[in-house]
Design a protein around this ligand. Structure first.
Ligand code: UD1
Length: 336
């Protein structure tokens, strides 16, 4: 099976590409490198010993995307491409809606034209919004998000549901990610955020290398195990394996399914920082800061549906995530 990965040079895309190639799939990447580097694609080949056809295109452009589909016999698509910074999405909502929705609409139109009817979409636990009780289950009512980035994920889920309703041949799997962290155990690919990181683990990694002086922990007075925020962290290789399982599911089932990819367990910010320090023997200086606007105290997945439908569950622990993150960061202190 030949799989197109839109945004395949990015953090989750590159790890998924490695897992696909290792399991005998062929892969084609379309990526405009707006938030990724061509070096990641070279390293995918280095890890797997397999070639990937690379199209350095913006998939919002229908002409370029059509050419790709003309040149490659694509059987299925995993759609990662999209802007993903929550804060930036609040400052530039139109840019987020235009890019993320346009990319998806163009992709679905071209897929239809070429009779490609399997798609796995990179959604997010952010679609559960702020009013659902934890753990989050796929059957919960979805009523809205707290930021434009989240809304684009929710809107794309809706677009895929409507498209699948109108087209009985389409199969779509909406993967709702919890908090992906860590890196490939080889230390050759990993997360490479531009500028000062927003997310916890990339920030911790920069403090550990000495590039940033101190981590700010956003709030220690939540009603959680130790007062700091609790999240469901998932090793990026487990997440990547989840995409392969979702693709196999889409190959044999029609219709649309939303599926959580999380461990089902929560860890606090302090637990994460202490685990990172313990397994890597590196101090991470921190100070307690006020709560960050828009943060929820605690959320984690109910991971049963992924187990039942995909036969998938996490294999890596928080220790593995912290060790592999440091292996990547210490070997690539400036990223790619
Ligand atoms: C955020 C996004 C989510 C997105 C995900 C990508 C929000 C509300 N949600 O999730 O939509 O899919 O990133 O991974 O922004 N923390 C600190 N100090 C820091 C950074 C984070 O204490 O410097 C804390 C946060 O308060 C939170 C936890 O660490 O409790 C995780 O934060 P983060 O990595 O930013 O992820 P989320 O906010 O859960």
């Amino acid at each position: 099976m030949k799989v197109l990965l839109t945004g395949g040079a990015g953090y989750i895309g590159s790890h998924t590409c490695v897992e696909l190639l290792n399991q005998g799939f062929e892969a084609v990447i379309a990526d405009d490198f707006s938030n990724s580097k061509p070096e990641a694609v070279k390293r995918i080949t280095e890890i797997t010993g397999k070639n990937v056809d690379l199209y350095p295109i913006d998939i919002c452009g229908k002409v370029a995307l059509t050419k790709l589909f003309e040149e490659q016999k694509i059987d299925a698509v995993i759609h990662f491409a999209g802007f993903k910074a929550v804060g930036e999405s609040c400052q530039k909502p139109l840019m987020y809606y235009r890019n993320n929705l346009d990319a998806t609409l163009t992709l679905l139109e071209v897929m239809k034209e070429f009779n490609v009817n399997k798609i796995v979409f990179s959604s997010s636990a952010t679609v559960y919004g702020e009013n659902n009780p934890i753990p989050y289950v796929e059957t919960m009512p979805i009523t809205g998000c707290t930021n434009p980035y989240g809304w684009t994920k929710l809107m794309i889920e809706q677009i895929l549901k409507d498209t699948a309703n109108a087209d009985p041949d389409l199969s779509a799997v909406l993967l709702r990610y919890f908090n992906p962290i860590g890196a490939h155990p080889s230390g050759r690919i990993g997360e490479d955020p531009s500028g000062i990181p927003n997310n916890l683990l990339p920030y911790v990694a920069k403090v550990a290398t000495g590039k940033l002086p101190k981590l700010g922990i956003f709030g220690d007075d939540y009603d959680t195990v130790d007062g700091t925020g609790v999240r469901d962290y998932i090793h990026v290789v487990d997440l990547a394996r989840g995409h392969v399982a979702a693709l196999q599911y889409a190959d044999t089932h029609k219709g649309v399914e939303a599926i959580n990819l999380g461990s089902g367990k929560g860890h606090s910010v302090l637990e994460v920082v202490n685990t990172f320090t313990r397994v890597n023997n590196i101090p991470v200086p921190y100070e307690i800061k006020p709560r960050r606007a828009g943060d929820l105290p605690e959320f984690y997945a109910n991971a049963e549906k992924a187990k039942e439908l995909l036969g998938w569950e996490v294999e890596y622990t928080l220790e593995d995530m912290c060790r592999d993150l440091w292996n990547w960061q210490s070997n690539n202190p400036d990223g790619y």
